[in-house]
Design a protein around this ligand. Structure first.
Ligand code: XIL
Length: 625
């Protein structure tokens, strides 16, 4: 093709920029980047600087009502990949081993697993088209079915109607690196008896970059959204060009009164803001234009369902009014940056009507808040606090010390320095939000399933004392706040709950401060150990501790109905209300639209912000005296 005399922006350039930014962040000035795992001169958690302070965001970029939004200052933060890329060395080892799943009841001596022949790793130049024929075999002679785990963008997997399928893909500049592509074959007799065979595809740049075709850009897909008439709506529209360039976006027919602006931090994002004034389906065409060849375009329709204001009315009293009569708080975990979502206004208004306590679902996690040594991203949490203050909601801080969602600079830090990192982090976060947060998950998920302490970077560095240290420090920094240990799978009897009780007893013997236990309660509709839940609450209460239901959601399993789901919610709320030490009930999310388990529709509101039977069930439970 013709256009490629202009050099596309290469991912390699991005990597170099990233490396140099990291060096600055780590204090390196010249020469090689120091290795933080072995070089103790790399001082980790420097204090946030004035450069980290959020600045006011132009309202054209959000739909917040009643509070003003701040954003991160300056340019985009260099993203440090958490998942290690597949190394060249791994690639050289050859075809990765197949994973065979044997379900119960299969006799592997008489029925052997399906397998693939003739597959190997391959190296391809960006712009080349690869075709791989997959022809799984079954030792018993029949034709196994198959499916690919995930297709790379632009890839296809087509049936040849002779027992084989062909994978076709043209990797481009954005694909430079090593991709693991997996196809699973199904045993003809038992489709749960499976062989998953990965291959590694290494994409390199050709010497002659002009051999890479320039493809039309596309738009990042959006969900289906519901909005309330006369509420502001924002769409963050993201252009994607697999050649690695940045497409321009255009809206040929802007809705009346709309603004359309390039994002101040993300050049590939354009923000459309408007206020629909009529009820109905609104469809807006968005065109992505190639930055190299302006004749290459793709148009996609973005749609929004606009409902009348009274479509969101609910019968009965708001949950928070009912809950406050029963001396419990009721709340939810807030989607990070909900005010940047198309349906952010109805999200905020539903939450404000119903709840009096909120947890940030992700924005206070260390990987997000402190992604590089000395670099902090406070804007998302500041905004949540502003939203909470504007709506008389308490804020539940989550989580200070956890084994997951850690930045790489912590997971790869020198063991001897981790205690300093932990205490500096706790101090900075708790001090910043001291006046705003009334409950803190100081320790999150410390227990392993068998009741021992879960392995973590913190346990590795300080042994079990990390818990004592963090709680003691938290009490000093926030004497009036409730400080908790938050844990999952403790709503039933078993070694994990027993281990937690043992931990608590030890803390109390050593006079370590602790106010309560957070019971996460991510359950399925099949959960039926309500007696055990009650007994576990009683054991915690007997230790003079409060109980918080911190992350309640009830996933629909199998053919379960939303009525069965409602019953489970009702029972959990009843058990909380029967226990005088139970202080709060919070669901993990607001709507099924954004639940981290959205496949299982586990929450009180559906994707269109309509109350589900579970909402009524919680109302009923809170109403009974
Ligand atoms: C989850 C969030 O909901 C997801 O958006 C994120 O990708 C992973 O973490 N226990 C916890 C929560 O303490 O912080 C987790 O939240 C869910 C399990």
């Amino acid at each position: 093709m013709h256009l490629n005399s202009i050099h596309p922006r290469l991912p390699l350039v991005g990597l170099l920029v990233l490396a140099s930014q990291l060096m600055v962040a780590c204090g390196g000035s010249s020469g090689e980047t120091p290795d933080p795992t072995t070089d103790p001169s790399v001082v980790g958690s420097e204090a946030p600087s004035a450069d980290d302070q959020p600045i006011t965001e132009d309202p054209a970029f959000n739909n917040a009502v009643g509070f003003s939004v701040v954003r991160e200052p300056g340019a985009r933060l260099a993203v440090v990949e958490v998942d290690p890329e597949i190394s060249d060395a791994t690639f050289e080892l050859g075809l990765p081993e197949a994973v065979i799943t044997v379900p119960e009841g299969v006799d592997t001596t008489t029925n052997q697993a399906p397998f693939f022949e003739d597959l190997q790793n391959l190296t391809v130049e960006a712009g080349e088209i690869i075709e791989i024929v997959y022809r799984p075999q079954d030792p018993e002679g029949e034709l196994p079915g198959m499916f690919p785990e995930k297709l790379p963008q632009g890839g296809t997997f087509d049936d040849n109607f002779d027992g084989s399928k062909t994978f076709r893909w043209q990797p481009l500049q954005m694909d430079v690196g090593i991709l693991k592509f997996t196809v699973t074959a199904l045993d003809p007799e038992n489709s749960l008896y499976r062989t998953s065979q990965p291959i590694l595809i290494k994409t390199v740049l050709p010497e002659d970059l002009s051999s890479i075709p320039n493809v039309a850009p596309t738009l990042d897909t959006l969900l289906t959204y519901t909005a309330r008439v006369n509420d502001p709506v924002v769409f963050e529209l993201k252009g994607i060009d697999l050649n690695g360039t940045v497409p321009t976006l255009e809206v040929p027919n802007l809705p009346a009164g709309a603004t359309f602006n390039q994002h101040p931090r993300f050049e590939e994002v354009f923000v459309l803001k408007f206020t629909p004034t009529t009820v109905g389906e609104t469809v807006i065409d968005v065109l992505a234009r190639d930055s190299v060849d302006s004749s290459l375009t793709t148009t996609e329709a973005v749609s929004l369902s606009v409902l009348a204001a009274d479509a969101f009315d609910r019968d009965g009293s708001a949950l928070k009014a009912l809950a406050s009569n029963r001396n419990v708080q009721i709340g939810f975990a807030a989607l990070q940056s909900f005010y940047h979502q198309p349906d952010g206004a109805i999200y905020a208004s539903t939450a404000a009507q119903e709840y009096d306590i909120v947890t940030p679902e992700n924005s206070m996690k260390m990987d997000y808040l402190n992604p590089e040594p000395g670099r902090y991203q406070f804007a998302a949490t500041d905004n949540l606090v502003a939203f909470a203050n504007a709506n008389a909601m308490a804020v539940h801080g989550h989580p200070l010390v956890w084994y997951r969602q850690l930045p790489t600079w912590i997971t790869s830090s020198v063991v001897a320095e981790r205690e300093t990192h932990m205490s500096e982090y706790i101090e900075r976060v708790m001090t910043r939000y001291a006046d705003d947060v009334s409950v803190w998950d100081v320790i999150n998920e410390p227990m392993a399933d068998d009741g021992s302490l879960r392995d973590s970077v913190w346990l590795e560095a300080m042994g079990s004392e990390y818990i004592d240290k963090a709680l003691t420090q938290a009490r000093t920094l926030a004497p009036a706040a409730a400080i908790l240990i938050n844990e999952f799978d403790i709503g039933f009897a078993g070694p994990k709950f027993d281990g937690l009780v043992e931990l608590v007893d030890g803390l109390q013997e050593r006079d370590v401060p602790l106010d309560g236990i957070g019971f996460q309660m991510h359950v399925f509709t099949s959960f039926n150990q309500f007696d055990e839940l009650e007994a576990n609450f009683a054991q915690i209460a007997a230790r003079d501790l409060d109980i918080y239901i911190t992350e309640l959601d009830v996933s629909l399993d199998g053919s379960a109905t939303i009525v069965e789901q409602a019953a489970a919610y009702q029972q959990v709320v009843n058990i909380c209300l029967e226990q005088v030490r139970c202080k709060a009930i919070q669901t993990w999310g607001l709507t099924d639209q954004y639940s981290f388990r959205s496949n299982f529709d586990p929450l009180l509101f559906d994707r269109a912000y309509q109350a589900k039977p579970a909402y009524g069930a919680v109302q009923d439970a809170l109403s009974v005296n």
